[in-house]
Write a protein that binds this ligand. Structure first.
Ligand SMILES: [Zn+2]
Length: 372
């Protein structure tokens, strides 16, 4: 089933084209800094087994869109009951887990999915973060793509202040041929690890928000479209940290809460000398259902920024909880390992060339560690 779905998405081919030119860092035209609270006790994930990390509440006086009010209540922000979902795969995705969700101090599922309709809410498997789209690692994909028809309502992934709307996110405000097309950027009310967090929504057909406006999680901000450099209708979604720049992206699958009862597999794939290796295919199969997921390692150079803790170059989200087999063929040698995907959590592996798999968690970053 999953293969069929993946194949369908490939046929739809609604891929973002990559952005190879030097981007312009978009400066914030409002003053979102005042609305952003850098990590404090309220925004740092609790290292306990409960999902209580809570971004601070937005101002109750924030304006709402006047043209189209939110059509649904925001996602609940409360401790989640992380029981595996009883909804079978064939019925589509289960609902998103409660957010923010952070089962360990290193996890940060702070964002909800940016689409209301769970049935539409599927990543295009060939367009994951870091996928190579124009043939060189300089063109690695800085976000994830979610397939949907033009005109699908898009929602804010978390509370924050709108700092960009319109055309020109990459090339500069107002430039008509910008590859992002019509886009929105939200500076969020919370940060992580001392850095601001932003989400970007691209290729829209319409926006319902203005710069300076505060939005709530789940609030409709615009409609999906096919503007900019695309090969079909879809949403391009980015998570940015530190600076609102296309060069400061993070893998959204480490930031969007997985559906209830599902988890995320994160890997660091290197050669035997600990040098990160690009484009190593990874096959992940459920020992329970036999379903397969396929993806590849990506570069951690140029505009892609790995997590400071995991230092990953492979992420596979949206895996129903359970036991899986990972298969990596490295220099004609097969390596396999079994892992347990836990609901709402990150499962980490390290693949170290001929040394194979290792499941020990990374060491804490040293004090002088500076993410690239
Ligand atoms: Zn994209």
């Amino acid at each position: 089933m999953k293969r069929l779905v993946a194949g369908l998405f490939l046929l739809l081919a609604s891929a973002c084209q990559s952005l190879s030119a030097q981007p312009i860092i978009v400066t914030e035209t409002s003053s979102p800094t005042s609305a952003i609270i850098l990590p404090t006790a309220t925004t740092t994930p609790a290292p306990s087994a409960t999902s209580t990390a809570s971004p601070t509440s937005p101002s109750p006086t924030s304006p709402s869109p006047t043209s189209i009010p939110p059509t649904v209540a925001p996602f609940p922000v409360s401790p989640g009951d992380l029981q595996p979902s009883p909804i079978p795969l064939s019925a589509g995705f289960p609902a998103s887990a409660h957010v923010p969700l952070a089962l360990s101090e290193h996890d940060h599922f702070y964002f909800s999915r940016p689409v209301l309709n769970a049935e539409l809410d599927r990543l295009i498997p060939s367009n994951r973060y870091g996928s190579i789209q124009l043939g060189t690692k300089n063109d690695a994909h800085g976000g994830v793509d979610i397939v949907m028809d033009i005109g699908t309502p898009l929602v804010a992934a978390a509370p924050g202040t709108v700092i960009f709307t319109g055309v020109g996110l990459f090339d500069g405000k107002g430039r008509a041929n910008d590859p992002y097309g019509v886009a929105i950027v939200i500076a969020h009310d919370f940060g992580f690890d001392g850095e601001h967090l932003y989400t970007a929504y691209a290729h829209l057909s319409q926006t319902y928000v203005e710069v300076g406006q505060h939005v709530e999680r789940g609030e409709v901000i615009g409609l999906s479209g096919n503007t900019g450099l695309t090969t079909g209708p879809h949403l391009h979604f980015e998570v940015r940290s530190g600076t609102n720049s296309a060069l400061k992206t993070r893998n959204p699958e480490l930031w969007i809460a997985p559906p209830e009862g599902w988890g995320v597999l994160v890997g660091r794939i290197t050669d035997s000398e600990d040098k990160v290796v690009l484009n190593i295919p990874v096959d992940v199969s459920s020992l329970k259902t036999g379903l397969h997921w396929e993806s590849s390692s990506y570069a951690t150079e140029n505009k892609l920024t790995p997590d400071a803790y995991y230092q990953e170059n492979f992420v596979l989200g949206d895996l129903p909880a359970g036991r899986y087999k990972i298969l990596i063929i490295y220099l004609y040698t097969w390596f396999t390992a079994e892992v347990e995907i836990k609901p709402g959590a990150v499962t980490y592996f390290d693949f170290h060339g001929y040394n194979g798999f290792n499941f020990e968690l990374p060491e804490e970053p040293s004090l002088d560690f500076v993410p690239e």
